[in-house]
Ligand binder design. Structure first.
Ligand code: HSE
Length: 304
């Protein structure tokens, strides 16, 4: 069976401060991946960031993920990739592509893989589970690796919290941001993060949003990544000063994320943008919502 598939996949923010490699939050900025049989393998980029879509099918993550599930006998395919997720880093662009390719192949070839299997495969390609889990399932997802199994639990994110995302003009490759992290951490830092990560979930579930200020603090990765991210410390402080509940590095950066009352989001965005512009050549600012829907199948568009 060879068919077409069009999949919409949200952006995602990993860590949320203390939940290093564990928390992923889907954000309502979405990429799209449409695969259809064609005369030869090809990629047609579209969207705001179309120039960041690799046209080489061997380098394009969505195409590679799609091929990893496609039957050997599947013929050539055209991918139409609509890129709206900012490419600078920290909003799960690679996770979106991987999930988009896998979910598209699952639909196009009628493979019947469940979310656990798709998540396992996506994590294997991405190298860490937080972004791919949120991109696949939507909402706030907690993932835990235990021996061979990957456990993922999705919890709803409160709809009365506004999300501010500020993308500075510099790029920080994830590999570099992971290379600066120490292999071992002290017990006091581990305990500090343990409490804050648990506190973040409790604060969101009980509506005690004031606790997000402490719950978004981190001792395991942000202190080491600050040197790569000049906007991090002043950006978090500016967000808090402007009335955000909490703020953190989004994934491995350079993007920053803040959680704020919905009537404060514009003020928080402006304060963070001022810092990001000081630290770089410019920035992109988004006032967004959490995406309750993860990867979703859409009606394919007519062929060009
Ligand atoms: N949890 C990952 C990291 C996310 O912080 O390295 C990468 O976007």
């Amino acid at each position: 069976m060879t068919g077409r598939a069009r999949i919409s996949v949200p952006a995602s923010s990993g860590n949320l401060g203390a939940g290093f490699d564990v928390f992923g939050l889907a954000i309502d900025v979405r990429d799209e991946y449409q695969f259809e049989p064609a005369g030869r393998d090809s990629i047609e980029p579209a969207g705001k960031f179309l120039r960041h879509v690799p046209r080489d099918t061997r380098r394009n993550l969505a195409f590679r993920a799609f091929r990893s599930l496609a039957p050997a006998a599947a013929g050539p395919y055209r991918l139409r990739a609509v890129r709206e997720i900012p490419p600078q880093g920290g909003l799960g662009g690679s996770a979106s592509a991987i999930v988009g390719g896998l979910v598209a192949a699952n639909h196009a070839f009628g493979l019947g893989l469940d979310d656990d299997e798709l998540l396992r495969r996506a994590t294997h390609i991405e190298g860490h589970p937080d972004n791919v889990a949120a991109a696949l399932l939507g909402g706030l997802v907690l993932t835990v690796q235990s021996d061979a199994a990957l456990h993922a639990v999705r919890v709803p994110f409160p709809s009365d919290i506004g999300i501010v995302v500020v993308v500075p003009g510099y790029h920080v490759p994830t590999a570099r941001a992971r290379a600066v992290l120490p292999a071992d951490v002290s017990r006091s830092d581990a305990v500090a993060n343990l409490g804050r990560a648990a506190m973040l979930v409790a604060a969101l579930q009980t509506g005690r949003y004031a606790e997000l200020r402490v719950a978004t603090q981190d001792f395991l990765h942000q202190p080491y990544r600050a040197e790569l991210n000049p906007a991090l410390k002043p950006g978090v402080q500016a967000a808090l000063d402007a009335g955000a509940y909490g703020a953190a590095l989004s994934g491995s950066g350079p993007t920053l994320i803040a959680f704020a009352p919905k009537d404060r989001t514009m003020r928080v965005a402006g304060a963070m943008a001022d810092v990001a512009i000081d630290a770089s050549s410019g920035c992109e600012t988004y006032v967004a919502n959490a995406a309750e829907t993860g990867a979703a199948e859409m009606e394919p568009l007519a062929s060009a």
